[in-house]
Design a binder for this molecule. Structure first.
Ligand code: NAP
Length: 393
């Protein structure tokens, strides 16, 4: 990936003269566990945590198939870069909420994520989840920091209603195709207001986990059905673009229709979107609103944030998954083909990395915001102590 400006690289790994990265931030280094660490999203998390300036991976957990093995033995590794050295020899644990860490990411299969995440929250762990199980719960923030950071104000009520004492709670990130869509809708909602959205997705196979769609079903083919996906895409943006009113989440009240398709692409969900706006806007104004979408200073300081999370391309044949999926280290949504729609007002094509912006990177950014807002606490014996400054790598 080149040609895209990113900021997170600078913040994560300032290079010293010898080519080693030494982290200058004097921050508490929170200890992270990953539930579902052996899966395709879990592996991304393990990889992203390897050089993280604030978080250190101390625990990995998965199913009985994996527990008791070393992480290197249990994970069928899918990434090009090797398994991070710090993770290789961690022993994979089961889902008992007694891990040696300050908070957990959950990348668990949805068949087990619901109760497991509740167990961890009840035991006092902040749970930063990728799974669908709690996304639409009336007291659980469904979070994209650039879109609805104010929804974190729901956490105290969640803790009270559920009896989560000791600092535990659940925060979720949206479905992988919702993530890119809502990131692009947000500046348009702010500038012009939104009425109706019609979206057709072309979703990568890695969105189905591993082994996902059988090769004989997807090679040279398109599958026009992804179980539960259209329902999620039609529900989650309503919550994300809606408001927390102090007692409940109020939906955005959008007209939304989604068609979801699986296509033979490895990574990157492409979405063809038509939308109608409340306020009349020219195409130039729409492009400007997208281009000028900039995060707040609070978010810009987070290690995984990009200052401009929407990248607008002018070439008539972009975005393309193979060329554009890693924009902004995989954390940006890339928009192209902004044009008039004869049915609604505007149509455009967008692309986002389903495993980064739509999963592991999204959870990481959520965790960074939670840490920055003081919502994590040390669960170590010497609670409250600052850990040593991160070592040179
Ligand atoms: P995956 O590759 O199938 O991985 C699933 C993980 O869950 C593995 O670590 C697996 O452990 C663990 N697991 C399965 N059954 C278990 C059990 N009974 N007890 C404990 N652990 C169990 O799936 P994925 O694609 O990484 O997705 C993980 C979660 O993120 C899912 O909820 C998915 O919906 C969500 N998500 C995925 C994407 C994406 O683009 N792929 C995007 C957003 C959200 P073993 O290896 O031991 O079986």
């Amino acid at each position: 990936m080149s040609g895209y400006s990113t900021k997170s690289g600078d913040k994560r790994m300032p290079e010293d003269g010898a080519g080693n990265a030494s982290i200058k931030h004097v921050r508490k280094k929170w200890r992270a566990g990953v539930l579902g660490a052996t899966g395709i999203v879990g592996q991304r998390l393990v990889s992203l945590l390897a050089d993280h300036p604030w978080f250190e991976l101390t625990e990995v957990a998965a199913s009985e198939r994996s527990s008791g093995k070393s992480y290197a033995e249990a994970a069928r590794w899918h990434l090009d870069a090797p398994i991070p050295a710090a993770a290789r020899n961690l022993v994979v644990k089961g889902l008992e909420p007694s891990l040696d860490c300050d908070f957990v990411f959950s990348a668990l299969d949805s068949s087990v994520a619901g109760p497991a995440e509740e167990d961890f929250a009840r035991a006092g762990y902040p749970v930063v989840s990728n799974s669908r199980n709690h996304r639409m719960d009336p007291d659980v923030p469904l979070l994209i920091p650039e879109v609805n950071a104010a929804h974190l104000n729901a956490i105290p009520l969640q803790q009270k209603l559920r009896g989560y004492e000791d600092g535990g709670f659940i925060v979720t990130n949206p479905n992988c195709s919702t993530a890119g869509l809502v990131l692009v809708l947000k500046p348009l909602a702010d500038a012009f207001g939104l009425e109706k959205i019609f979206v057709v997705t072309l979703q990568a196979v890695s969105g189905a986990g591993y082994p996902g769609v059988a090769s004989m079903d997807i090679h040279g083919n398109v599958v026009p059905f992804i179980s539960g996906e259209e329902e999620k895409m039609e529900a989650e943006p309503q919550k994300l673009l809606g408001k927390w009113d102090g007692a409940r989440f109020v939906d955005a009240g959008l007209g939304l229709s989604a068609h979801c398709n699986r296509v033979p692409v490895l990574d990157g969900h492409l979405e063809c979107v038509s939308l109608s706006l409340k306020k009349i806007a020219s195409l130039a104004e729409v492009r400007e609103a997208l281009r000028h979408f900039e995060v707040s200073a609070e978010l810009a300081a987070l290690p995984s944030a990009v200052r401009h999370p929407v990248v607008v391309l002018d070439d008539e044949n972009r975005p393309q998954p193979r060329r554009d999926v890693n924009a902004g280290n995989g954390m940006a949504a890339v928009v192209g083909r902004v044009r008039e729609c004869p049915l609604l007002d505007v149509k455009l094509t967008l692309l986002s990395h389903n495993l980064v912006r739509g999963a592991a990177g999204a959870a990481l950014l959520n965790a960074e915001l939670l840490a920055a807002r003081g919502l994590f606490k040390s669960r170590s014996v010497a609670a409250g102590e600052e850990l040593a400054e991160p070592v040179s790598r």
